[in-house]
Design a protein around this ligand. Structure first.
Ligand code: SF4
Length: 646
């Protein structure tokens, strides 16, 4: 893909809006598409070029990068996801990060004529953007400021017509709560504090609409591939789990043009309130509410609704609540010294008080608004030791954690946030394998098939043995490359990669599909291997960005201390922590910790595989040149962040 045109698949232009000067520009997507594809790839490249390492998340110089990918707008593929990237105020230190959203906003941006938007500067008063079939207006948003995300969405739809899709920040974003989210149509929410970055720029919302549908270069091939995807993903939702999750008040709520091979759904409460209720956003308050009320109730749904309305990331609120609970039990935090009814944790009263105080930065809410890790530092008094379950830098909970999946340890250690798309690549087939172990009706993913998946997708059968560090370094690199390409196309985590299928002869999926889809859309042959090289380039670019921002090689590729010292007690998919072991054995990872020595040896193997410098974990000039990133070498050299091997 050296001279790829953007005649097919892409909208063809990227929009730049400078809120400080009210200037609107456009530049061709072609400048970036061949080397960085779309989505996170192009966003990372623009970030590298335009955001200085010393720029703070709330500085006008920070960029907010909203991007779709070349596959957005084509039906049946789970390909209309979109990303928001920029410097996150939540990570420690503040760093480049990313969030991935569903719904319909992303595809409507493309229909409006743009593959992405670069927002820079800061408005001197609240504004919103209207992007209407190519035409861009920066409009006064005084009437929207202070309103919650759902109200903003409804008001703009009333004023502009139902055909617009809206992404907005809420009061938490306006008040620069470090874990403020943004909310779009279909309640699609984005994390990493980008709602707060919107607020810092006084950008309340972006409304988009248009009729410029992308065309595929070879539509007949695309249709054939789409049929194959549909066939492979038929009945794919968790081997029958869908029926357990979808209750009478649930309705599927699929993203634009998708076949909905997932549990994305809306819930209707008794009072008629409807809203998103799926995965982490549905469950973050479930256990607490069950314990408090003693029976199933609608409070978890309303807890999610509160977070979405104020514009708070439920995952961050979840980890905050775990820590608050422990601090309360330890007597460090009380109802009195916080002004929050901690003694009623699990109740509606508690979650309403917490979300309001944090979002409006009232009283102790102002401390919590910094995010878990900074809040614990402020509270002190031993409260830092009560954070027992988190990833580094952003304070997210440790789903699919390194003690459970050894391969997750390097994935966690190198990303600025919980790398959910990467760990899902292992977690999704493992979930299906658990169904087979537990003899769930319709399950087919046996230990043999799991080994075949490992060989085809992760480099060797060794990656399927959860009891050993062998084979995990190469598996890590393969997952990172594939997932960076996926996040740039952008394909959905629920559907991709297709590692297994009930409907293929050998129950294996097909790793060639992503590159074939891209080829049929853009009209240029891209092999599976070439797509991974693109992913490798994007991963290495992100590595270079993070190095400039303080994540420097081996010394930074580390895990939070609890992963080395606190034995695993529970795993998100299975309380017994069962996993495949050697030669078809079933092992339990319960009680496991990450072995420091083996982890360091795994890093050696990984750096060698990447052709990085083994002693420092820094990228080398030769390696960067070999994957088409020679133009970033001089900057890294100047900062002492690369090892000269040329
Ligand atoms: S699989 Fe589900 S979450 Fe993914 S794009 Fe389709 S509807 Fe959205």
């Amino acid at each position: 893909m050296t001279n790829m045109t953007v005649q097919y698949g892409y909208a063809g232009e990227i929009l730049r809006v400078d809120l400080s000067s009210n200037r609107v520009d456009r530049f061709p997507t072609e400048m970036y598409a061949s080397r960085f594809l779309g989505g996170r790839g192009i966003a990372a490249r623009i970030y590298w070029e335009e955001v200085a390492p010393e720029c703070k998340a709330y500085d006008p110089g920070n960029r907010l990068l909203y991007f779709t990918g070349p596959l957005a707008g084509f039906n049946g593929l789970g390909s209309s996801r979109w990303t928001v990237c920029g410097k996150s105020p939540l990570t420690i230190p503040e760093q480049f990060s990313y969030s991935n959203l569903g719904g319909s906003w992303g595809v409507k941006l493309k229909y409006a004529g743009y593959d992405g938007i670069v927002i820079q500067g800061r408005a001197d008063k609240p504004v919103y953007l209207l992007i209407d079939d190519g035409i861009v207006e920066i409009r006064d948003a005084a009437f929207l400021w202070g309103r919650n995300t759902i109200e903003v969405r409804e008001i703009l739809k009333q004023n502009l017509g139902k055909s617009v899709a809206v992404v907005a920040c809420g009061p938490a974003g306006e008040n620069m709560v470090n874990f403020a989210s943004l909310l779009a149509d279909n309640d699609a929410s984005g994390s990493c504090g980008f709602g707060a970055v919107m607020g810092s720029k006084k950008l309340k919302a972006i409304a988009v609409r248009g009729n410029r549908r992308p065309k595929a270069a070879v539509p007949e091939t695309l249709h054939g591939l789409t049929r194959r995807v549909r066939h492979l993903k038929k009945d794919a939702v968790g081997n029958g789990q869908q029926d357990l999750i979808l209750g009478p008040k649930m309705k599927k709520d699929i993203c634009y043009g998708c076949i909905g091979a997932c549990i994305r759904q809306t819930f209707e409460a008794q009072d008629g309130t409807k809203g998103k209720y799926a995965c982490g956003s549905a469950w973050f308050y479930q256990e607490r509410a069950m314990r408090y009320y003693g029976e199933w109730n609608e409070i978890p749904f309303f807890a999610t609704r509160l977070c979405d309305s104020y514009g708070l990331d439920t995952e961050s609120v979840h980890t905050l609540i775990m820590w608050l609970s422990r601090c309360h039990k330890a007597g460090i935090l009380t109802d009195e010294n916080t002004g929050i009814p901690l003694s009623k944790l699990g109740s509606y009263e508690f979650i309403e008080s917490l979300t309001k105080k944090v979002s409006l930065r009232e009283g102790f809410g102002n401390t919590l608004a910094q995010g878990l890790l900074r809040a614990a530092d402020t509270v002190g008094n031993g409260s830092q030791e009560l954070i027992t379950d988190y990833t580094s830098k952003a304070g997210y909970a440790s789903e699919y954690c390194p003690r459970m999946y050894i391969v997750s340890s390097l994935l966690y250690a190198m990303e600025p946030r919980l790398p959910i798309n990467q760990v899902h690549e292992i977690g999704v087939p493992l979930f299906a394998w658990l169904g087979w172990i537990n003899k769930v009706e319709g399950s087919y993913l046996s230990s043999d098939i799991f080994r075949n998946i490992a060989e085809r997708f992760w480099g060797s059968e060794l990656a399927a043995d959860f009891s050993t560090y062998e084979g995990k370094a190469i598996a890590t690199a393969m997952i990172q490359n594939r997932e960076c390409a996926k996040e740039s196309l952008i394909l959905c985590d629920w559907m991709w990669p297709i590692t297994h299928s009930k409907h293929s002869d050998d129950h294996l999926g097909d790793p060639t599909l992503e590159s074939k889809l891209l080829s049929s859309v853009v009209g240029e042959d891209v092999s599976e291997g070439e797509l991974y090289v693109l992913g490798e380039r994007i991963f290495n670019l992100q590595r270079a960005i993070l190095a400039r921002e303080g994540h420097v090689g081996r010394q930074s590729d580390i895990l939070p201390e609890p992963f080395y010292t606190r034995p695993l007690r529970w795993a998100v998919q299975d309380p017994e922590c069962l996993a495949p072991g050697k030669d078809g054995a079933v092992v339990s990872r319960k009680g496991a910790v990450v072995d420091r020595e083996q982890f360091e040896l795994m890093k050696d193997e990984y750096y060698i595989h990447r052709a990085w410098d083994v002693a420092t974990g820094l990228q080398t000039t030769t390696q960067l040149g070999s994957i088409g990133l020679y133009d970033i070498v001089a900057d890294l050299q100047k900062r002492g962040l690369t090892v000269d091997t040329m």
